[in-house]
Ligand binder design. Sequence first.
Ligand code: OOB
Length: 567
Amino acid sequence: MTTAPTVPASTEPPHPVQSWPDAFAARYRAAGHWRGETFGAWLRERAETHPDRLAVIGGDQRWTYAELDQRASALAAGFLNAGLRQGDRVLVHMPNMPDFIAVAMGLFRAGLIPVYALPAHRITEIGHFARGSGARAYVAAAAHAGFDYTMLARALQEHQPRVEHVWIAEPDAPSGASAGSAPADPFPRLAALYDMGAAVPASVSRGSDVAFLQISGGSTGLSKLIPRTHDDYIYTLRESARICGLDADAVFLGALPIAHNFPMSSPGFLGTLYAGGRVVLAPSPDPESCFALVERERVTVTSLVPPLLLQWLDRAPASGRDLGSLRAIQVGGAKLSAEIARRVRPTLGATLQQVFGMAEGLVNYTRLDDPDELIIHTQGRPISPDDEILILDDEGRPVEPGQAGHLLTRGPYTIRAYHDNPSANARAFTDDGYYRTGDVVRMTPEGYLEVQGRAGDHINRAGEKISAEEIEDHLLSHPRVFDAAVVSVPDEFLGERSCAFVIPKGARPRPAELKRWIRARGIADFKIPDQILFVDAFASTAALKVSRKTLRAQLRARLLEQEPQAG
Ligand code: OOB
């Protein structure tokens, strides 16, 4: 498989590559899955076919396809004029705002490679992504949800001098606000690039090129970088839009952070634009602001995580808003209980679609016309006839039909390797290219998957994935922590929450102090343990050496025994 040609050599970290063996690539092309389309080219094509149709709505912005295309070109030109070169990686750290979409499309157009961080990420995570990707630039919102990203930008440049360029996007100035006053930070404004000339081609990439790096849920240790190609990702957009019935009349509400794979591409904002529909961006996922947008913009589809769905279900009846335009509510990211699933149609008047996917690739959907039983009880079936699914027991043998086992998969849009990470690759992929998802599933006679849980040590907190190991490392950095083990605990609202067992060194610190300590290390808030319990020692067993995995399982069992109603 080929790579983009123009990255200057030697001191550069490896350019992201994504390679399927030739025979597979040939098969996916012959099947028409991979068509050599690129993001830059299809946006231009849409802008030429229906220039005046609305594409993106957010804050006080309403952009047509022609405008989005023009902004993408201006940003592409601006990034290249500043000295970035095709193949360079650019960290994108923005909440749901129209500029996010213009930046993503502008980077694609220039052949630059976005690395998507979530708005909740802080300097530790951003530094990690910058190192891992070798990013040369950082594009962020000025501030969001009370956090100042320009401070983060300063810290990032201090620690990662390779990040030469920073651009800051200002959200809409509230009317009468300090428009025109000089910003307190020294960084150039993204908006200034919109004035640049737009003499760039619609696309400089090939279908087989890596289009962007997505981040993994981080099941062990720190998040890994996931290289996705134009070919493979556009295939999922095309098929997701078809499976979800999106066309030019679709109005998609981006309620979850659109940097996440689910609202990005399943079918998400990209699938909606691919289908010629309209994307509405909610600044926050809270039901009230979302309901107002649904009513005003006649939203037809949105994607939610289970705890958010629960809030929507609780608040919709008394909201006084007209939600009658909603046709489908997609729910994914974490397991949805059947009891809640049942309430969707009667309460929201829309069809539930369960979505079980992962940033590494495989996405499963229940189909809109499936019988209720499948929609309520399963997490759907794969997008593609060429998605290969294995369900294996602990010894690696296929389970009997209908039994639960470890899910492994490969196919036309599931990666074969993480970016530049041999040890993670050795763990996560089999020799014949299957990705070990870490999920435990069973398959119904209809070929639908039911997620039973996770084999690994990560916590799925309302769809946000937390690696136990990563948080233990932060705890262990505290001078009064001797040892720590982080486990998941069932939670009625969040699905799972995190609990840290800590053996103190000398005087026991207060839980609040430990939480402050971890927060001060600059990590996403959702990773801070919900609960901290002090113990004198970890459960001892006959084994002299207990693996952390076993230890976590023991501690979790003990906690559940002691606190059956935990939550
Ligand atoms: C999505 O992507 P990630 O990469 O944040 O997380 C993937 C993991 C899966 O391996 C599974 O453990 C869990 O999230 N998960 C679900 C689920 N959807 C994802 N567990 C149970 N039920 C579901 N419906 O979360 C993601 C990516 C694309 C589309 C949808 C979700």
